[in-house]
Every structure is written in C-alpha cells, then in structure tokens.
Design a protein around this ligand. Structure first.
Ligand code: UT7
Length: 328
C-alpha cells in the first residue's frame, strides 16, 4: 500500500509578458530582473479568469491523463495565496463544483509558496487515515491581482498559473509513492512577506467600508536569507529521513522564487545546478503553483520514469518551509 502520484496537470494562461514588455510599465530592466532572479517572463491571467479557473484546468488535465472521473475524487485541496474570495468560500469548493466532483470534500490550504507541499502531505495522510482512494492536490495562483504594481522590487517577481497532482492510495505492492515529508514554520517572520489589507486596525464602529486593494509586501533580503537556510536544511533533513542517497535523486524540484537561492543550495551540496529543475525563466514565481507546474513539465517531457526518486522543496510566506521525497 502506498500513496503515489498517479498523474499531474498544469494550466498556465497564454498571456505572456517578457521582462522587456514589463519594463514599459514598471521602472525596471530585463538585465536587472535576470541578473537578480533568473526570471525572463511571466504569464498573466486575462480579466475574468480566476484562480479557480486555472486550478480547474490543471485538475481536468491530471484526471484526463489518469482516465479517472471527477466523481471518483475523495478530496480536493487548493493551496493558494490568491483565492477567488479572500476568507471564504474556499476556492477548492468552486473547483469541486465546476469539476463535478460530487463526493469530494474540498478545502484551501494557506501556507504561502509552501502551500502545495503542505497540501500534498495533508491529503496523503487523509487518504491513508480514511482509506480513501483519490485526492487532487492543486497549487493555483493569480498573483498578478495582488501584486503591488507600484513596487518594482516585488511586482516583477510574480506570475499566474496552476499545477495539480492526482494522488492515489494504491493497494498494489509497489516501491513507488511518497516516502518522507517535512513541514515547518517560523511565524516570527510573518511580516517579512504578507498581504497588506489594512484590516487589522479598522473597527466596525467607524462604519467605513475598506476600499484599498490587498497587495503583497515583502522584505526581500530577510526572505532571501530565510529561503537559503530553509532549503539547505530541508535537503539535508530529507536525505536523512528518506534514507535515499543524494546521487540517486533524479530531480530536485524547488519552489521557483529566485535562481540565486537554488544556486546557493547547489553549491552547499556540491551538486550541479542542472539537478534542480527550473522553469522560473518562463513563469517567474507562481507561489503555491510553482512546484506542481514544474513537476508536470518533468512528467510531460518524460524526464522522469516510474520509481525515480524526486525531492520537492518549498519555502515562503508564514514563514513556512516544507519538502517531500517520493519515488515517482
Ligand atoms: O516566493 C516567496 C519567497 N520569496 C523569495 O524567496 C524572494 C527572496 N528575495 C529575493 O529574491 C531578493 O531579495 C529580490 C530579488 C527580491 C531582491 O534582490 P536584491 O538583490 O536583494 O535587491 P535589493 O532589494 O537589495 O535591491 C538592489 C537595488 C536597489 O537599488 P539601490 O538602492 O541599490 O540603488 C533597488 O532599488 O535594485 C533596485 N531594484 C530594482 N532595479 C530595477 C529593486 N527592484 C528593481 C527592479 N528593477 N525591479
């Protein structure tokens, strides 16, 4: 018995904005963005397309590849920092309805860019504990809606998209599946990366509706330092916990926040950069969606075969960090 990734899917909007295109509306350059982050472009959801629409596209793709009907799904978890509605209802419920997943329980996971890793571990544990069979784990974002387009130090970093893993609690004798997981947090850094909504100091008795749009605020340097520490510690701890030696890993799939963070981790472990799967050049930082989009690309390009060890790594708002080791 094992919980394994049966299939993956992704859905990224067609609208692509290169760094040069962005520099027409933001005081920035292609040279600065590439040299500081590795980002070359990002995709932006068109007006009217919500996070649930991207999530739906990714989920449909994963289900179609597996030949599984939506009515067979037991759980839907959507990890997102940019839900259709802040607070409630859960974006996962909107996906459940649009998908026609009639028996599924649906909930959102809020763990910033680590959201997909948190959701993966949660749904995997639920499938095992409840002896259920299928779970959709989705990371989906429309960060362009909450980016502060007046702050060049953050707005150039983000993009929109969704990725999905269909988990199966398999009864078969197999060495495949999720092998180890680590989740952690450091809420002391909560205000290093947060969504400013101005709600905390408002009280109802003023009777003024809140007018401002929510927007991302980040202390880039603090988050950068946290990320480098988190990713290197995660790799070490996951190697120990999984018992799988580093040279055996076919891919390490990190959250795609900054090429320099990955380069620092690669150097620390004496690994060639090519062992880390990167697509930040094309999609920028899609927060909770970045790991499943990358994982789906690896699968679609046939860069991984059944049983290959793969490590997934996340870090972000919370602050949170987490990683998983699986035999694909
Ligand atoms: O996904 C969640 C996790 N997030 C992350 O992991 C992000 C972690 N942080 C980072 O990746 C980096 O801190 C950033 C990419 C956000 C920033 O890189 P940096 O090397 O720390 O740049 P900086 O903020 O220190 O800015 C250096 C200079 C400043 O100019 P001065 O003061 O030196 O004259 C900025 O004003 O670069 C300037 N700058 C820009 N210039 C052109 C900042 N943003 C831009 C820009 N275009 N977009």
């Amino acid at each position: 018995m094992a919980v394994l990734i049966r299939s993956t899917g992704s859905f990224v909007p067609d609208n692509r904005y290169s760094n040069d295109q962005l520099s027409a509306i933001v005081d920035t350059t292609d040279e600065w963005i590439r040299s500081h982050t590795g980002i070359g472009a990002r995709h932006i959801a068109p007006d009217g397309t919500m996070t649930s629409d991207l999530a739906l596209g990714a989920a449909k793709s994963a289900l179609e590849k597996a030949g599984i009907g939506p009515e067979e799904v037991d759980y839907i978890a959507v990890a997102t920092a940019s839900p259709d509605y802040f607070g409630f209802p859960a974006t996962a419920c909107i996906v459940q309805d649009k998908l026609g997943a009639s028996k599924a329980a649906a909930f959102d996971v809020v763990a910033g860019c680590t959201g997909f890793i948190y959701a993966l571990d949660t749904v995997s544990a639920m499938l095992e504990a409840r002896k259920a069979r299928y779970g959709l784990v989705i990371g989906a974002e429309t960060l362009s809606r909450i980016a502060d387009w007046a702050d060049r130090s953050t707005c150039v970093l983000f993009g929109d998209g969704a990725g999905c893993a269909l988990l199966e609690n398999s009864q078969a004798e197999t060495d495949r599946g999720l092998k180890a997981s680590i989740l952690g947090s450091d809420g002391g850094g909560a205000l290093d990366l947060y969504l400013a909504q101005g709600m905390r100091d408002k009280t109802f008795d003023r009777g003024e509706p809140y007018q401002d749009f929510p927007k991302i605020v980040m202390n880039g340097k603090n988050v950068y330092n946290f990320a480098v520490k988190a990713i290197t510690k995660l790799i070490g701890d996951l190697l120990e916990k999984s018992g799988i030696p580093l040279p055996e890993f076919r891919w390490i799939v990190p959250h795609q926040a900054n090429l320099r963070i990955v380069q620092a981790a690669a150097k620390r472990f004496g690994l060639p950069e090519e062992r880390f799967y990167l697509n930040i050049q094309e999609y920028a930082n899609t927060s909770a969606a970045s790991v499943p989009i990358a994982l789906n690309e690896i699968a679609e390009k046939s860069l991984v075969k059944a049983g290959d060890p793969v490590m997934l790594l996340g870090f972000g708002a919370g602050l949170t960090f987490g990683g998983s080791v699986l035999r694909y």
